[in-house]
Design a protein around this ligand. Structure first.
Ligand code: PHE
Length: 447
């Protein structure tokens, strides 16, 4: 391999076994679990929705996760070349360019929300967030100024530095600090939330299922979120899989990552629902829940500035773990395709991605005219990437692995029984469900 290519002989381009699992959990357990999961759970049925989410994680999430990891390790290249490297027709290579473009696009707006969380952490600790109780007004005036652009730059700079340091010295080391920090923050915040007066109603909403609240729509939302939550369908796990040792058990890694993601979602729910119920806040109010409703709760609780600050640090840390994985996918591709060094690839990709992020950030405030149809540019980019291309990417993976990749079994290295279960899931269960999710999220069919 030439210089600059993703060479596994270069020690820095490889994960240790534990480092790989931590990095994959760091990507999965991101903002989605703590910012999006609670409000969709609030909206689509509480505990019953949470159970559905677990079923989707097991039924579709885990098999697809394993498929991505196995494909990555067998292909040992970027997400765009893996299918061809394991013997697929070049047409698969053309289609899998999607795996590089989608994370790039997602990063451009995910980073904006990451920047908000950092701003809120600073404001909460400094006390200025709570000095004015009009939280909706504060959010509106913050997001319509220039500050989000500055925070966008800050989170980008940080993410780029981690990725520039490489797989082992950057991504792995960063996650080894980040995951324990996340666990401590989650536990402290959960204990605090459970001690609030009236928190029991929140726990029961989250854990006591009422199946009459479910609908086909909630099932599809649960499935889509299981997918998003495990960072599937966009080449992340394919890219990370390429840095994994032959001896690593991928089945074990799949369980560890799926379990880690689920526990994280569970604790996030055990923070958000007790808090919102204790303060009479509706948990289903959508994306603004975390930035508008929760500050109100923090401001009213004892030591609210401290716990509020910790909460936003948790969000920021979660965002950064996912951002690092999102950036690594296009960087690995550029390194392989153009044989550039890691540093050069990171600089070019980051600048392009930042440029794409600017109209999204502006469309949220300063320049509301930036619209596509009736959606702000931000919402348009989010919608197209998350609701259209993500499920399509998932379909591509399951069809390739289930039907075309003949040696998938050897690479996944499962016991014969589990291999048959996996293949059945990939061939018959996942494609049908993914197709339904795609038709639903893209708005082609309505339930
Ligand atoms: N899995 C991440 C989360 O739950 C979101 C994410 C999606 C991250 C796609 C990277 C890529 O927040």
């Amino acid at each position: 391999l030439s210089k600059g290519q993703n060479s596994l002989s270069d020690k820095n381009e490889r994960f240790s076994s534990a480092g790989f699992i931590l990095a994959a959990i760091g990507s999965a357990a991101g903002l989605g679990n703590i910012w999006k999961f609670p409000y969709i759970t609030g909206k689509y049925g509480g505990a019953a929705f949470f159970l559905l989410f677990i079923v989707c994680l097991l039924l579709v999430g885990l098999p697809v996760l394993l498929a991505e990891l196995a494909l990555g390790r067998a292909g040992r290249g970027s997400a765009a070349s893996a299918m061809v490297k394991v013997g697929g027709h070049p047409i698969w290579g053309k289609m899998s360019i999607m795996f590089v473009i989608v994370p790039f696009v997602i990063l451009s707006f995910y980073a904006i929300v990451g920047g908000w969380t950092l701003h809120y952490a600073v404001e909460a600790f400094s006390g200025s967030l709570f000095s004015n109780k009009d939280f909706a007004g504060q959010f509106a005036s913050f997001s319509s100024g220039y500050a989000p652009l500055v925070w966008l730059l800050v989170v980008f700079a940080f993410t780029s530095i981690v990725v520039t340091l490489g797989v082992s010295n950057g991504i792995e080391k960063f996650n080894k600090i980040l995951i324990p920090a996340k666990v401590i923050l989650l536990l402290v915040l959960m204990v605090n939330a459970l001690m609030l007066p009236g928190s029991g109603a929140g726990v029961s909403f989250f854990l006591n299922p009422d199946f009459s609240k479910l609908s086909i729509e909630s099932a599809l939302v649960a499935l889509g979120h299981a997918f998003f939550s495990l960072s599937l369908g966009m080449g992340i796990m394919v890219t990370y899989g390429a840095y994994v040792d032959r001896r690593q058990s991928l089945g074990g890694a799949m369980l560890a990552v799926g379990g880690g993601d689920l526990i994280y979602a569970f604790i996030a729910g055990m923070i958000i629902f007790p808090t919102t119920f204790s303060f009479g806040i509706n948990p289903a109010q959508g994306p603004s829940l975390v930035f508008i409703a929760l500050p109100a709760a923090f401001s009213a609780m004892p030591f609210g500035a401290f716990f509020g600050g910790l909460f936003f640090v948790l969000l920021a840390v979660a965002a950064l773990g996912s951002m690092v994985s999102l950036l690594e996918v296009p960087v690995a591709y550029v390194m392989e395709r153009f044989r550039w060094s890691r540093v050069r690839s990171v600089i070019v990709v980051s600048i392009l991605c930042l440029l794409l992020g600017i109209p999204s950030a502006l469309s949220m405030g300063l320049v509301p005219e930036l619209k596509v149809g009736d959606k702000s540019f931000f919402d348009f980019v989010d919608f197209t990437a998350s609701n259209i291309f993500l499920p399509l990417g998932g379909l591509l993976i399951v069809i390739f692995t289930g039907y075309y990749w003949k040696t998938a079994g050897e690479h996944a290295n499962l016991k014969p029984f589990w291999f048959r279960v996996w293949l059945f899931g990939l061939r018959y269960v996942a494609p049908v469900l993914m197709l339904l999710v795609f038709l639903h999220t893209s708005g082609i069919i309505k339930f």
